[in-house]
Design a protein around this ligand. Structure first.
Ligand SMILES: Nc1ncnc2c1ncn2[C@@H]1O[C@H](COP(=O)(O)OP(=O)(O)OP(=O)(O)O)[C@@H](O)[C@H]1O
Length: 267
């Protein structure tokens, strides 16, 4: 679910959109402590479109949760436009479309987006947001009757409604068909050109290759490569992002990953 907020205008700021320093998040469970995020450093500047990549369990979702203030760090700090996450959210600068965002299944697509707009204090028609997300034609359909890809588009529309400065997207195109993905990325690039910052976690490397200004590759809760697509490819000496991904996230016998010492591209 997008994070409730008040402001609808994009604001400009000199602060980084995201600044994480030494971010650590540990979970305690029956198998002992799990260090999901392990000293992560990251700076994202306004207007960047950043792909957040990494194997299953690398810590991508946990990091996004920390940026949104949905979880508190065990140690380290995270600032969003120079503020604590809760402050940036209260100021209406952040929205998110998360994997596990719940829906009210018995109301329509249109009502869902209208309800979201009302939560954000927005007035006016929500139809443009439905159109941008490619779901205007199913506006009267009950959410519970929507396919997985249609629900993904609905999550996107709900995040767009608040006109955030920073949009965080966790695997946003999972389940979308080819046209849906293309529409989605057209909308994202359009927003980025208008100054919006977008950070998206994905397993679709082709999308990172085609649409991201920058790739941040994480493994075991740490950034193992950070740079433009070309820089990250050069680091692993391959033009194939899948090969690069596998090379940079391969586990070594000492439990680290291949690129942890590759300072050349790590920012
Ligand atoms: N609430 C929790 N309690 C215990 N462990 C957790 C919790 N949330 C996440 N983890 C663990 O933290 C690690 C990182 O999980 P996270 O969901 O951030 O990874 P991810 O990179 O988003 O993975 P995926 O690509 O599979 O979505 C995993 O080992 C996961 O099992």
């Amino acid at each position: 679910m997008p994070v409730p907020q008040q402001s609808v205008a994009m604001t400009s700021t000199r602060s980084p959109a995201i600044e994480a320093k030494g971010l650590v998040k540990e979970f305690r469970g029956p198998e002992g402590a799990v260090r999901a995020v392990d000293g992560l450093d990251l700076v994202v500047w306004p207007g960047e479109v950043v792909a957040f990549l990494g194997p299953n369990g690398a810590g991508k979702t946990t990091t996004l949760d920390l940026v949104l203030g949905l979880a508190a760090p065990t140690s380290g700090t995270v600032r969003v436009f120079g503020k604590k996450p809760a402050g940036a959210i209260a100021d209406g600068q952040v929205a998110a479309a998360l994997q596990d965002g719940g829906f009210l299944r018995d109301i329509t697509v249109f009502e869902t987006v209208e309800l979201t707009a009302a939560l954000f204090g927005r007035t006016g028609s929500v139809t443009p947001f439905l159109e941008r997300a490619g779901i205007a034609q199913i506006a009267r359909r009950k959410v519970g009757k929507c396919s997985g890809g249609q629900q993904q588009r609905l999550r996107f529309a709900m995040a767009l409604v608040s006109e955030p400065d920073l949009l965080l997207l966790d695997e946003p195109t999972t389940g979308m068909d080819v046209q849906g993905r293309r529409d989605f990325w057209t909308a994202i690039r359009h927003d980025a050109e208008a100054g919006r910052t977008v950070v998206f976690a994905t397993h679709y490397l082709q999308e990172a290759d085609s649409y991201a200004d920058r790739i941040v590759l994480v493994s075991h809760g740490r950034v193992v490569a950070d740079g433009t697509v070309a820089e990250v490819k050069a680091l692993a000496g391959s033009s194939n992002l899948e090969d690069v991904f596998l090379a940079l996230t391969a586990d070594r016998a000492d439990g680290t990953t291949t690129a942890t010492t590759a300072e050349g591209v790590n920012r």
